[in-house]
Write a protein that binds this ligand. Structure first.
Ligand SMILES: [Zn+2]
Ligand SMILES: [Zn+2]
Length: 273
C-alpha cells in the first residue's frame, strides 16, 4: 500500500512532544511511503484580545527557519521514506494577504488550511466553544471551511468536520443538508481534503471517528473533491495511527487515489498498489 501521513506536528507548536527524528522512525515502523511535517504556523494575525498565548497556538516566527532546516536535514538523511515540508495554517478571513506571504516565501511542499476558531465569536479553540449551540456551530464552521477552500490559499484542508470533536451531530436530515452544501462548495473550489485520524483517538467524547464522516466523504466524492491522509500526530507514536480506519473509509466510499504533493504541485497516486 502507498500510504502517506501529511499532518505531523513538532514540539515547536507548544502542545506536541518528542523529537522530529522519532516521528520519522515511527513513520518507517508503520511502513509509510511519505510523511510530511505540517506544524502550526507562527501567528500572523492579531486577535482583538489575548485569549490565546502565542506559544500555545503555534511556533513563534523566530523558530520558522529552524523548523524548515530540520525537516530538510531529515529529508536528506532518510532515503527510505519521502519527507515533505508542510505547514498548517489557520484560515482567518481578512488576513489573506499575510497568509499568502507566509505560504509563498518558503519552499513548502504543501500548505494545510485549517479552521480552529471562528474569529467573529472568539479566537479560542472551537472545540471549547461555550457561547453557541451545535445548531449554530456546524453551519458557521462549514461556511468558514468552504471559504477557506474558495480562497485557494491552501493545498489541503484539515479536519473539515472538526466540531464533532466536542459537539453532538445534528439530526441526520439537517446534517446531510449541511454536508451537501459543504461538499458542493469544496468541489467547486477544487479542494483536496484530509482524512484525519485524530478523531479516533483524541476527543473528550471518545472515538468520534475519522474526519470527515462517511456521509460527508461520500458527498465529497460525488462532487469531485480529492483526498489525502494525515494523523494530526502531536507525539511520535501517533504517526500513521489508526490508518486502518482511514483505509476502511477510502474503501467504503470508493476512493482509489490519494493526492500527494511536491513543491505545491499535486499528483494522484493509487494507494492500494
Ligand atoms: Zn496542534
Ligand atoms: Zn488542526
Amino acid at each position: 500500500m502507498y500510504l502517506v501521513d501529511y499532518h505531523i506536528h513538532t514540539k515547536r507548536c507548544g502542545h506536541a512532544c518528542g523529537e522530529e527524528r522519532e516521528y520519522v522512525e515511527e513513520a518507517l515502523n508503520k511502513g509509510l511511503r511519505e510523511m510530511g511535517f505540517s506544524d502550526h504556523v507562527p501567528r500572523f494575525y492579531n486577535p482583538p484580545s489575548p485569549e490565546v498565548k502565542v506559544t500555545e497556538r503555534g511556533m513563534v516566527r523566530e523558530e520558522l527557519d529552524g523548523y524548515i532546516e530540520s525537516v530538510i536535514k531529515l529529508r536528506n538523511e532518510y532515503k527510505d521514506i519521502s519527507i515533505k515540508l508542510g505547514l498548517e495554517v489557520d484560515f482567518v478571513p481578512g488576513w489573506e494577504e499575510e497568509t499568502a506571504a507566509i505560504t509563498t516565501q518558503y519552499p513548502w511542499d504543501y500548505i494545510i488550511g485549517s479552521v480552529h476558531f471562528i474569529p467573529e465569536w472568539s479566537y479560542g479553540y472551537i472545540a471549547n466553544e461555550k457561547e453557541h449551540e451545535p445548531e449554530e456551530i456546524y453551519p458557521v464552521y462549514f461556511d468558514q471551511m468552504a471559504q477557506a477552500a474558495e480562497s485557494r490559499l491552501f493545498d489541503i484542508l484539515a479536519h473539515v468536520d472538526l466540531p464533532k470533536r466536542s459537539f453532538p451531530r445534528l439530526d441526520p436530515g439537517k446534517m446531510a443538508e449541511l454536508h451537501k452544501d459543504l461538499a458542493i462548495r469544496l468541489g467547486k473550489a477544487g479542494a483536496v481534503i484530509e482524512l484525519n485520524s485524530y478523531g479516533v483517538r483524541g476527543s473528550k467524547l471518545g472515538d468520534v471517528g475519522v474526519y470527515p464522516d462517511q456521509g460527508l466523504l461520500r458527498l465529497c466524492r460525488q462532487h469531485g473533491v480529492k483526498v489525502t491522509i494525515g494523523s494530526d500526530a502531536h507525539r511520535p507514536r501517533d504517526v500513521g495511527a489508526d490508518f486502518n480506519r482511514v483505509t476502511e473509509l477510502l474503501n467504503n466510499v470508493g476512493y482509489r487515489e490519494i493526492a500527494v504533493f511536491n513543491k505545491r504541485k499535486r499528483s494522484m497516486i493509487e494507494w492500494e498498489d
